[in-house]
Design a binder for this molecule. Structure first.
Ligand SMILES: O=C(O)CCC(=O)c1ccccc1C(=O)O
Ligand SMILES: [Mg+2]
Length: 376
C-alpha cells in the first residue's frame, strides 16, 4: 500500500548559530558554538515536517557551507514530489547531514499522516509497505541516557559527575585528552567519588597511538570502565582489532563511522565491540537503523548519540533509539542543556537519566521561529 501523503508544496530553511555557554572540550577541539540549518517540508495538503542539519566538519563530513550550496537545488527537485520519490531523492543529496535532515522531515510528515511516532515508522520491517490501519508502536517510549563531561581538570570533572549522579544519571561519559596520565587520574577520581555501581565510559576521540592506548587500558582495568570510544585514529582498523585482544575493556568505534559502507568495514575488520551511531553524520535515520541491525546480527552492540544539535536533531536521534530493540546501552542524547537554546517550541526533558518520546505523531517537535530569528 503506497502512502497518499500528498505532494510537496514548499521547502523552507533557517540557518542558526547557537552558543554553548559552558563549552565542550575533547581531544579534537573545544566546541563553543553550534551552527546548522533547520528545514521544513510542507505538503500541498498543509502538513509540515521538520528536520535539522548540523554538520560537524572538525569531527567528520562536510561543512554547513557545503550544505547551503546544495540546498536550493535539492529543494527545487523536491517540489511536487510524492513521499516515496522524495525519500529516494533526499537519501542521495551528496551531504550526509543534509540527507539526515530532509529524511527526518519526510518521516515527520509520514508519522503525522499515519498518526504514529517516527520511532514507530522506523521500527517497521519495511517502510515501503506501511500497513494502513495497523497499530504502529515504537519498541519503547523511554530511552536510558548518559551524561557527558568535557575533558578538564580533575576537581571540576569530579564535581560535574557528582551533580549529574545527584540528578539521577547512572551513566557518565568522560572525554579524555591526549595526556593519558591525566586521563587515568580523572577516571580513577570519578570512580572513587561515584562508587562501583555507576557506569563510566571514556571517549579518547582518536588521541592515542597503539602503545599509549594499550598501557592506558591496562591501567584502567580495575576501574570497571564500560567502554572506551575511539582510542586510536579512525583509519587504524587493524590497530583497533589488535587492541581489542589486549584488553578486557570493550572498545567502541565512532569517528571511523560515516555511511553504511564504513560500518561494514569496521564489522568485517572486527575492529569494535560497540558502534557509536550518530544519525546526523551517517546519512539518515533509515540508514542508521540498518547499521544498528547489521551490527547486532554480528554481535556488535550500538549506542545512538547526538552531535550536540538543537532539539529537532536530538529528537530525531531519540526516535531512532526508541525504534531499536537491539539498543540496551545508555545513549548519548542528554546534550541539549549544553546549548543556549534548543530552537523548538517543546522541551525535551531528561528525568532520572531517561528521555521519553513526546507521545505525539511524527517527531513531536516544532520549530521555535522566534528563537530561530534570535539565533539566525
Ligand atoms: O555521547 C554523548 O554523550 C554525546 C555526544 C558526543 O560526545 C559527541 C558529540 C559531537 C561530536 C562527537 C561526539 C563524540 O562522541 O565524540
Ligand atoms: Mg565519541
Amino acid at each position: 500500500m503506497q502512502m497518499e501523503i500528498g505532494e510537496i508544496g514548499a521547502v523552507r530553511w533557517y540557518v542558526y548559530r547557537v552558543p554553548l555557554p559552558g563549552q565542550l572540550s575533547s581531544a579534537h577541539e573545544t566546541l563553543a558554538i553550534r551552527a546548522g540549518v533547520m528545514v521544513e517540508i510542507e505538503t500541498r495538503s498543509g502538513l509540515v515536517g521538520c528536520g535539522e542539519c548540523a554538520p560537524l566538519p572538525a569531527f567528520r563530513g562536510g561543512s554547513l557551507e557545503d550544505v547551503l550550496a546544495l540546498l536550493p537545488a535539492v529543494a527545487q527537485q523536491l517540489y511536487n514530489q510524492t513521499f516515496y520519490s522524495a525519500l529516494a531523492l533526499v537519501q542521495q543529496t551528496g551531504e550526509l547531514a543534509l540527507s539526515f535532515a530532509l529524511e527526518a522531515a519526510l518521516l515527520d510528515l509520514a508519522g503525522q499522516y499515519y498518526h504514529c511516532s517516527v520511532a514507530a515508522l522506523l521500527a517497521l520491517p519495511d517502510l515501503s509497505a506501511i500497513p494502513l490501519n495497523a497499530e504502529h508502536r515504537p519498541i519503547r517510549d523511554v530511552v536510558a541516557v548518559n551524561t557527558v563531561i568535557g575533558s578538564q581538570e580533575v576537581g571540576i570533572a569530579v564535581r560535574q559527575a557528582e551533580v549529574a549522579v545527584a540528578a539521577g544519571f547512572t551513566c557518565v561519559k568522560l572525554k579524555v585528552g591526549r595526556d593519558t596520565q591525566l586521563a587515568l587520574e580523572v577516571a580513577r577520581s570519578i570512580r572513587e567519588a561515584l562508587g562501583p555501581a555507576i557506569h563510566l565510559r571514556l571517549d579518547a576521540n582518536e588521541a592515542w597511538n597503539f602503545e599509549q592506548a594499550r598501557a592506558f587500558l591496562r591501567a584502567c582495568e580495575p576501574l570497571k570502565i564500560q567502554y572506551v570510544e575511539q582510542p586510536l585514529p579512525r583509519d587504524d582498523l587493524a590497530g583497533m582489532a589488535l587492541l581489542r585482544k589486549c584488553t578486557t575493556i570493550p572498545l567502541a568505534a565512532d569517528e571511523v563511522l560515516s555511511d553504511l559502507a564504513s560500518a561494514r568495514c569496521v564489522l568485517t575488520a572486527q575492529a569494535a565491540d560497540i558502534l557509536i551511531v550518530k544519525p546526523q553524520l551517517t546519512g539518515g535515520l533509515l540508514l542508521a537503523r540498518q547499521m544498528i541491525h547489521e551490527a547486532s546480527v554480528q554481535g556488535v552492540r550500538c549506542v545512538v548519540t547526538s552531535t550536540i544539535e538543537a532539539g529537532v536533531g536530538v529528537m530525531s536521534a531519540l526516535q531512532l533509539a526508541a525504534a531499536s530493540p537491539e539498543i540496551q546501552l545508555e545513549c548519548g542524547l542528554a546534550t541539549l542543556q549544553m546549548l543556549a537554546d534548543d530552537l523548538i517550541v517543546e522541551t525535551i526533558p531528561v528525568k532520572h537519566g531517561h528521555m521519553a518520546l513526546p507521545g505525539q505523531a511524527g517527531l513531536g517537535v516544532h520549530l521555535d521561529k522566534a528563537a530561530l530569528a534570535k539565533y539566525q
